[in-house]
Design a protein around this ligand. Structure first.
Ligand code: SF4
Length: 291
């Protein structure tokens, strides 16, 4: 049964599927084999978050562009509310492999697109974005396309820093020669020991000290190109997010670990969701300013 009285935080993350066409060893999304959310259920989720007054939704997975219904979902999610107020801002977090022609149906409904590049060094990048090659070239092509033909959509470039890409991560912006194609925000993520990231932590985890050294170099690189840098640290994860998983379970982060609190449509309206409003807003607005 749906629960229109449910109070949700201002910003939520919708993880519609675990399936992906890459196998990144640091992946902290749902396991690839979990069943994807059906279109019918996804549309119920859309109605629920709109009724709850959610202001922004990050759509991720898995790889959301693998879902045939994604264009219909982003249109329904982002359309104006019955009151005439604007609908939630939609951010699509994608690995960038979808063909341009399918992105054309999605981009008009987005406020932001989030794209990943892990390293200026091709070998480092390939070790972390395992699967279809050449992934990095495809991302750069999509980035140029968005900048050229979809100027209304803002771009966040994300770089996950692990032990394998400390050398090449700070050089990521060097891959973009044309100033007009630079992202609005470049976000550096400390690798999270969650899901596949936990499986591969011996190989990939990076200490706080080593991460801060990379951050320092990224700050200089971003300042040189006039790009706004944002930094995700594992220490700041708790209380900032509310995820809705492919099976409609609501997931929050407490003590640095994900905790499933119940099905979105069956949650008690009085449940304490362990999401700190200021952290939730600060995280989204800090990453996607002016959204
Ligand atoms: S990190 Fe993203 S692109 Fe990589 S396997 Fe996970 S969902 Fe796919």
């Amino acid at each position: 049964m749906s629960n229109p009285q449910l109070r949700l935080p201002d910003y939520v993350d919708l993880r519609l599927l675990g399936r992906c066409n890459l196998e990144c060893p640091f992946c902290f999304g749902p396991r690839h084999e979990v069943p994807s959310m059906s279109e019918r259920t996804a549309m119920r989720v859309v109605a629920t978050v709109r009724e709850a007054g959610v202001r922004g939704v990050v759509i991720s997975g898995g790889e959301p562009t693998l879902l045939p219904y994604l264009p219909r979902l982003v249109e329904a999610l982002s359309r104006p509310l019955p009151s005439g107020e604007p609908g939630p801002k939609v951010v699509l977090s994608t690995n960038g492999l979808a063909p341009l022609r399918s992105m054309e149906r999605i981009l008009p409904h987005l406020a932001w697109i989030a794209l990943p590049i892990e390293s200026a060094d091709d070998e480092e990048h390939r070790a972390l974005r395992i699967g279809k090659a050449p992934h990095r070239d495809r991302v750069l092509r999509l980035l140029h396309e968005v900048r050229k033909n979809h100027a209304r959509v803002r771009v966040k470039l994300g770089t996950v820093v692990t032990r394998r890409n400390v050398d090449g991560a700070p050089g990521v912006l060097d891959l973009i020669e044309d100033e007009r194609s630079l992202p609005d925000v470049w976000k550096i993520y400390q690798m999270s020991e969650t899901n596949y990231g936990e499986d591969n932590k011996e190989l990939l985890s990076i200490s706080d000290t080593a991460f801060e050294q990379v951050v320092e170099r990224c700050e200089k690189a971003a300042a040189n190109r006039g790009v706004r840098l944002r930094v995700y640290r594992n220490a700041g994860r708790s209380g900032s997010y509310l995820f809705i998983d492919p099976d409609c379970q609501v997931v929050v982060v407490q003590g640095g670990r994900e905790r499933r609190v119940g099905n979105l449509f069956e949650l008690d309206t009085d449940i304490e969701l362990a999401v700190d409003s200021a952290r939730n807003v600060g995280n989204f607005v800090g990453t996607y300013p002016d959204a």
